[in-house]
Design a protein around this ligand. Structure first.
Ligand code: UDX
Length: 446
């Protein structure tokens, strides 16, 4: 059977991994993005962001012609393909609710293209959108612009993504499940067949459901993971008050219970990134709009707001007044293996430290260019972890990059003014570090 041709509108890390994933399996993929800088880089085979394993396959699929990238040509991409993925951004508005502007713009363009098409096309919403969006926003725009009927003349599905940054390309080929929300049977069958062909013998469970259930599955999944993190951070705060208690040991033992599981129980400075903070806020706003106040999720969000500032509190407990104190920050990315700093927990930490008059020097293996756009000259940037420690009064570990895990107490003792360490990501052995340094850590009782 001939493979369907695929278009992907919006090539952020989800869109690009999807596009390269299909292209690597021999599908013809046409991507389009309205950001010329991003599109130009992709045309040259260079990912516009740091994502392990992606560069080689992107280069190969661009060179072998399976992947084409266009600049702001949604209609052309739709006209030349059979299945169209929408993977544009859905940022938060100031009140936490979801901003659907990009989704709406793209839907208008896709609808216009559909009006010129004779053959059946399935539109697949992959962007994270609150329940009701595909049915009540995307579908009417497509029908009005195309003057066609959804379900008979063209198909519509909602297919959430669960890719983690830093392992997004690996996750593209190794999904735990595929969720397909559908407007009608033919659309869902088309997408199910596509995924059966894509995954071959390794096809994960495929869940067929309604559009709004598919939308909610994404939010419910991310909100539960965020809840696990805020839960363990709550236990960490208790541990800090209980002599001899250690959240790491608590989490390890809890995780052995099969009903709980070991993942997403790492206490730290809280969750950041492009998804969890935005999705929890959007689900709260959406739930309230539907008439239910989700108090549990409001607490999850509140704990996450307070968590990073605990690093500043620890600093003050060790140093007193922070004015003119040199603070070294190791790690800027919201998590390791990415240069992304969206909602990175280090941002409120640095803002508070500088507000209190501290001099901040930071180092991150890949996120320094991103940090420079956020902080400009407000902080100094070091050339290595050791260089960052030079002459520092206190060091905060803010991201658990593997290169920081190799640091030893002597590295801090030899380079800092005084070896005061705040392990915000629990990467060091307290026994080893407590003997040789002034060591404080999230979730570690005195
Ligand atoms: C997340 C979801 O995992 C993914 O399924 C979804 O599609 C997009 O959002 P991502 O944002 O890439 O992926 O990061 P993830 O690895 O889930 O971590 C999110 C944040 O939680 C990071 O800031 C991380 O440091 C923090 N975290 C994670 C913890 O603080 N503790 C943990 O135990 C796990």
């Amino acid at each position: 059977m001939e493979k369907p041709r695929i278009s992907v509108i919006g090539v952020g890390y989800v869109g690009l991994c999807t596009a390269v994933g299909f292209a690597s399996k021999g599908y013809t993929v046409i991507a389009s993005d309205n950001d010329p800088e991003k599109a130009d880089k992709i045309k040259e085979g260079i990912p516009p962001f740091h994502e392990p394993d992606l560069p080689a396959m992107l280069r190969e699929t661009i060179q072998n012609g399976h992947l084409h990238c266009l600049t702001n040509q949604t209609q052309k991409a739709v006209l030349e393909t059979d299945i169209t993925y929408v993977a544009v951004g859905t940022p938060s508005r100031p009140d936490g609710s979801i901003d659907l502007q990009c989704i709406e713009t793209v839907s208008h363009d896709i609808g216009k293209a559909l009006s010129k098409k004779s053959q059946y096309n399935v539109v697949v919403v992959k962007s994270t959108v609150v329940p009701g969006t595909t049915q009540n926003t995307v579908k009417p725009i497509l029908e009005i612009e195309s003057k066609k009927k959804c379900g008979t003349d063209f198909g519509l599905c909602m297919n959430p993504e669960f890719l983690r940054q830093g392992s997004a390309f690996h996750d593209t080929f190794n999904a735990d499940r595929v969720v397909i929300g559908g407007n009608d049977k033919k659309s869902v069958d088309t997408l199910e067949n596509l995924y059966k062909d894509f995954y071959g013998v390794n096809v994960p469970p495929i869940i067929r459901t309604t559009l709004s259930t598919a939308e909610l599955i994404k939010y419910a999944s991310n909100s539960l993971l965020a809840t696990k993190i805020s839960f363990i951070n709550t236990i960490a705060s208790m541990c800090e008050k209980i002599p001899g208690a250690d959240v790491k040991a608590v989490a390890a033992a809890m995780g052995l219970d099969k009903r709980i599981g070991p993942l997403f129980l790492d206490a730290g400075l809280g969750y950041g990134g492009s998804c969890f903070p935005k999705d929890v806020k959007a689900l709260i706003a959406c739930s309230k709009a539907f008439g239910y106040n989700p108090e549990l999720l409001e607490s999850v969000e509140n704990v996450n707001q307070i968590q990073p500032l605990k690093a500043v509190q620890f600093c003050k407990e060790q140093l007193g007044n922070l004015k003119d104190k040199n603070i070294a920050i190791l790690g800027l990315a919201f998590k390791p293996d990415t240069d992304d700093m969206r909602e990175a927990r280090v941002i409120p930490i640095i803002n508070q430290l500088t507000k209190e008059g501290a001099q901040v020097t930071a180092y991150d293996p890949v996120a320094m260019p991103t940090a420079k756009k956020i902080f400009n000259n407000q902080i100094k940037y070091a050339t290595s972890a050791i260089n960052c420690l030079n002459d520092a009064d206190c060091c905060i570990i803010a991201t658990e990059w593997s290169e920081f895990k190799k640091l030893k107490p002597k590295d801090f003792k030899e380079n800092m003014k005084q070896p005061i360490i705040i392990d915000g990501r629990r990467i060091f052995d307290p026994e080893e570090f407590k003997q040789n340094t002034h060591f404080a850590a999230i979730g570690l009782g005195e």
